[in-house]
Design a protein around this ligand. Structure first.
Ligand SMILES: NC(=O)c1ccc[n+]([C@@H]2O[C@H](COP(=O)([O-])OP(=O)(O)OC[C@H]3O[C@@H](n4cnc5c(N)ncnc54)[C@H](O)[C@@H]3O)[C@@H](O)[C@H]2O)c1
Ligand SMILES: [Zn+2]
Ligand SMILES: [Zn+2]
Length: 365
């Protein structure tokens, strides 16, 4: 629980209501810790408190409310931080990451405006609707994707946010093509997934920038061809192998990108190149990217945001499971630490100190 922001997580008992129409009660087995859980903690995104955070989980269906389709008690599910209704104008276009249900993500109650989680008689906001740091939560059916029973929930929990976000940032948003030179800036759980997406899409070079040596070592195990501590060195390198042109794409996956970072990435991509902004900036970052407008048009560059890597959760989470089973998407290797729920703040500290790639919080059986 987060009672104030900035603050620290506290482990308390909560009451969870039974599911109403189109809702599902889930027993979470595990939850990855994503930097977005830290943004609400350190106050860089504010967030509604009191709140139960966690938004990258997997578990087992306990009960379903009236009208739920395709889910039954005992089913294994991944909880996606992006809900997808399947019928709004965005879902109907195959752009489910932009589903209209997203309007409820930053508010806290269920889409009907009422709460399912309480503590001492006080309603609790559910972060991104799913609150995967709670062992039990009642969530919208559209936030859940049924997954096969034989994949480990304590691993595929990463598919609820970080993996699809990074992987899709490379394969969808940057549209990496065979032979591309790709820069990935920031090698946490999201960045490592972008590295894997770029490598699987056939990038000739995947150049990672991260100030932390451990991250650079791990990136090389997950598909990076070159690593640097500093974006200027990485930019010099990519220009040196492209006749001075630069990378086809640069994907920003650092914990808190700044306008300056976007400007540097813009300079590092070639004519026609794409800068993908995946990392979430602090809310106070001013609306002022230092990009010369003449260069934007004259060099035909693109700067684009990417939400959940433009993934369609019900489709892409299952495709990522297929890639994991085929040994092509490395998830176990990204999970460097597992923590009991009582140590959730240790997981946060380890993330901020650069000691883990993905930390996974384990709930008691
Ligand atoms: N767009 C989306 O849909 C979406 C979804 C999930 C997470 N995110 C965001 O993605 C970002 C990354 O999340 P994460 O969980 O991988 O975080 P993380 O903390 O695990 O990883 C961030 C990495 O960036 C590195 N870093 C910090 N400053 C850097 C710099 N200037 N240059 C290069 N590397 C730098 C850190 O050393 C760390 O390895 C966060 O901002 C998070 O909120 C976005
Ligand atoms: Zn996340
Ligand atoms: Zn929708």
């Amino acid at each position: 629980m987060l009672f104030e922001s900035p603050g620290r997580y506290e482990v308390v008992d909560v009451e969870v209501d039974e599911p109403k129409a189109h809702e599902v009660l889930v027993r979470y087995v595990a939850s990855g810790l994503c930097h977005s859980d830290v943004h609400v903690l350190d106050g860089s995104h504010g967030g509604h408190v009191p709140m139960c955070a966690g938004h990258e989980g997997a578990g087992v269906v306990v009960d379903v409310g009236p009208g739920v389709v395709g889910l039954a008690p005992g089913d294994h599910v991944v909880a996606s931080f992006i809900p997808s209704c399947g019928r709004c104008r965005y879902c109907a276009q195959g752009r489910m990451n932009l589903c209209q249900l997203g309007a409820h993500l930053q508010t806290g109650p269920m889409p009907d405006g009422t709460y399912r989680m309480h503590h001492d008689g006080v309603d609790l906001h559910q972060f991104l609707l799913i609150s995967t740091f709670s062992q039990y939560a009642t969530v919208p059916e559209h936030s859940l994707v049924k997954v096969p029973d034989d994949v480990p929930l304590e691993t595929v929990c990463l598919l609820g946010c970080g993996v699809g976000t990074g992987f899709g940032s490379a394969t969808n948003s940057a549209d990496v093509r065979p032979g591309d030179n790709v820069l990935v800036l920031g090698a946490g759980g999201v960045g490592m997934s972008a590295v894997q997406g770029a490598a699987l899409a056939g990038a000739a070079t995947v150049i990672v920038v991260d100030p932390v040596p451990f991250k650079r070592e791990m990136a090389e195990k997950l598909g990076a061809t070159h690593t640097y501590a500093d974006v200027a060195e990485a930019t010099d390198f990519v220009r040196s192998i492209t006749d001075g042109q630069g990378a086809e794409s640069a994907i920003l996956c650092m914990g808190q990108p700044t306008n300056t970072d976007v400007g540097q990435a813009f300079a590092a991509v070639a004519k026609g190149g794409t800068v993908v902004v995946t990392g979430m900036a602090a809310a106070v970052e001013p609306a002022a990217i230092p990009v010369h407008l003449l260069m934007l048009a004259g060099m035909q560059k693109t700067i684009k945001g990417s939400l959940f890597g433009m993934c369609n959760p019900p489709v892409d989470i299952l495709r990522q499971i297929d890639l994991y089973r085929a040994g092509k998407l490395k998830l176990d290797e990204m999970i460097t630490h597992r923590y009991p729920l009582d140590d959730v703040n240790v997981a946060v500290d380890d993330m901020l100190a650069g000691r883990n790639i993905r930390g996974v919080v384990m709930h008691d059986a």
